[in-house]
Ligand binder design. Structure first.
Ligand SMILES: Cc1cc2nc3c(=O)[nH]c(=O)nc-3n(C[C@H](O)[C@H](O)[C@H](O)COP(=O)(O)OP(=O)(O)OC[C@H]3O[C@@H](n4cnc5c(N)ncnc54)[C@H](O)[C@@H]3O)c2cc1C
Ligand SMILES: NC(=O)C1=CN([C@@H]2O[C@H](COP(=O)(O)OP(=O)(O)OC[C@H]3O[C@@H](n4cnc5c(N)ncnc54)[C@H](OP(=O)(O)O)[C@@H]3O)[C@@H](O)[C@H]2O)C=CC1
Ligand code: HEM
Ligand SMILES: [Fe+3]
Length: 465
């Protein structure tokens, strides 16, 4: 009873999912809670210890009011303007779509209740996470507001709940904060659809080459290949192609900058978006590489592989012949596997550095070094792994089936293209121009007397003046 005197009372409007979850968490952290509700007597499932009143009654009991109501129902707050005057109103709402309304929900709230101090917070925390205590997912609470004292009080409250407040500045930041939880997934959409398309294409390609072709030509049933052989073709090919597509937008950007002779013009939207989801593309690629490695590890215990080996040995023994040991073949096999292992090692390293806990401990130069230099090294190793795997039969006509080359030959087109263009871009003569452009030099500018560059257009302007 004594401690209850020190307890801070917080009012929550709305007894819905989020209001109840937040109340439960706050009660656990020793706050006392009053709910405001349309029907104070009907509300059920409320955490024990919380009291329920009408909206205006509840508001009078605390100077912090958390609005756990959807924006569409904010209208009733207009009638409470007097009661809410001078109080801190915490807007926790989210929308369903990015930029759904012209102004942010928090700014809309500020218009409805002009006398209150509006603070945006909590919208990135889900009701489920609050209740289950599984807060590993997202502990970050973005906070913004125009009144710094009010903002500070809310940030203290966030800290007390075991969450991490991140001050995002004034209420102008509310729009971005509201868009943030909606923004997360679009970055994964492109990588997801792209890998689906790649997998489907190479699945049908491999089925034609490895199952239908042997059936039509020799009545051989190779359908068992659907389980391991074909996935172990599709996944590494998807990994290699996606990895190349991580580095392709960078070279396209460089070509565009060279062509335009300036870095001050916006990239087209598709390129912008592509650049922004490179991390996700890379991580999806890493996932496919993992699958390839796992499928590869089980090759020796496959029945088909053991049967083939045993049969070959028996055939040779009965025919009293022997396969002579070929050093060049041994070299070829060991090299491609070694290249694969090294490539995979760097691939994993890239994945590890993209974990926030790791990337926070390196400065941006180190991060760029790993992501860009080691990234290209990974691409080179994986491409070499695939080329050496192809080895002697790389482009030989005997590996064509119905004029279709092996799948890995097609898979090599994009990586090789990226590597060749990158190689050209780092030639000293081209690299020098590109570096100048990135430092702000423009081709259509002329040096002024003091050595600075002036844009052509401003020179025209000068002469007109
Ligand atoms: C497993 C894995 C994990 C990954 N994790 C991450 C990650 O956590 N974070 C991440 O960002 N990427 C990640 N990536 C993606 C990739 O490694 C990086 O995007 C990498 O920096 C790309 O290197 P780059 O040399 O092609 O591009 P960059 O060095 O970014 O440059 C590409 C081109 O863009 C242009 N450019 C870039 N910035 C500007 C600018 N400000 N103004 C004008 N032009 C500009 C330049 O002209 C340059 O030529 C990951 C990839 C993989 C495979
Ligand atoms: N659910 C979640 O995980 C998260 C939700 N949010 C945000 O929290 C807010 C509330 O979400 P949530 O609790 O899930 O929603 P619910 O629909 O579960 O609850 C909304 C509550 O608003 C109150 N309300 C007031 N006026 C109306 C009205 N006219 N019509 C209907 N309800 C009204 C009701 O409480 P009463 O009946 O007591 O009046 C109702 O329970 C939303 O803005 C949402 O964007 C933010 C982050 C995560
Ligand atoms: C531990 C690491 C790796 C090992 C041991 C390994 C091993 C192998 C083996 C044994 C094959 C031949 C498969 C077969 O005969 O069906 C192969 C093929 C291939 N690997 Fe790897 N690999 C590794 C990593 C990688 C990585 C990181 C990539 C690319 C991102 C990659 C891309 C490929 C490709 C494209 C093929 C050809 C697939 C086909 O058309 O059959 N590998 N690898
Ligand atoms: Fe909801």
């Amino acid at each position: 009873m004594n401690s209850s005197e020190n307890q801070e009372t917080v009012c929550i409007f709305g007894t819905g999912d989020f209001g109840r979850s937040l109340a439960l968490k706050m009660l656990q952290c020793d706050y006392s809670i009053v709910f405001g509700s349309r029907n104070p007597h009907k509300s059920s499932l409320l955490p024990s210890g919380a009291e329920v009143f009408s909206y205006s009654e509840a508001a009078q009991k605390s100077d912090i009011v958390i609005i756990a109501v959807h924006r569409e129902h904010y209208d009733f707050l207009k009638e409470l303007t007097e009661v809410l005057k001078g109080k801190i109103l915490v807007d926790i709402s989210n929308n369903l779509k990015i930029n759904q309304y012209p102004e942010s929900n928090a700014e809309y709230l500020a218009q409805l209740v002009p006398g209150a101090h509006i603070v945006k917070a909590f919208n990135t925390i889900s009701a489920w996470a609050l209740q289950s205590g599984a807060l590993d997912a997202s502990r970050q609470v973005f906070v913004c507001g125009n009144d710094s004292k009010a903002k500070q009080r809310v940030m203290d409250m966030v800290r007390t709940l075991g969450l991490t407040p991140l001050d995002q500045g004034s209420l102008m930041a509310a729009k971005e904060i509201e868009n943030y939880p909606l923004h997360l997934f679009p970055m994964w959409k492109f990588p997801f659809y792209l890998s689906a398309i790649l997998c489907i294409f190479f699945f049908f390609y491999s089925v034609i080459r490895d199952i239908i072709y042997p059936y039509v030509n020799g009545k051989k049933d190779s359908t068992f290949r659907l389980a391991i052989s074909i996935p172990n073709r599709i996944f590494p090919i998807a990994a290699l192609t996606l990895l190349a597509l991580v580095y392709l937008p960078g070279v396209i950007a460089a070509i565009l900058q060279l062509y335009r002779g300036t870095k001050y013009r916006r990239f087209p939207d598709w390129l912008d978006h592509w650049m922004l989801c490179r991390k996700q593309l890379g991580l999806v690629a890493l996932g496919f590489a993992f699958l390839h490695v796992l499928y590869t590890l089980v090759i020796p215990i496959r029945y088909y592989v053991r049967w083939t080996l045993k049969n070959r040995t028996i055939t040779q023994a009965t025919a009293k012949t022997e396969d002579p040991f070929s050093t060049s073949t041994a070299w070829l096999y060991d090299s491609y596997i070694a290249l694969g292992i090294l490539g995979f090692f760097l691939f994993v390293l890239l994945g590890i550095t993209s974990l926030p806990s790791v990337s926070n401990t390196v400065n941006w130069r180190e991060f760029r070094f790993v992501q860009s230099k080691l990234g290209y090294m990974t691409l080179i190793l994986c491409t070499a792994h695939t080329m050496v795997y192809g080895g002697k039969r790389f482009l030989s006509p005997s590996s064509l089936r119905w004029y279709l080359p092996s799948a890995y030959v097609i898979a090599l087109i994009i990586p090789c293209t990226v590597l060749v263009i990158k190689f050209i871009l780092i030639l000293p003569c081209i690299d020098k121009i590109l570096t100048q452009i990135r430092q702000g030099w423009e081709r259509n500018s002329k040096p002024t007397s003091n050595g600075q560059y002036l844009k052509q257009s401003s020179i025209h302007l000068d002469s007109q003046l």
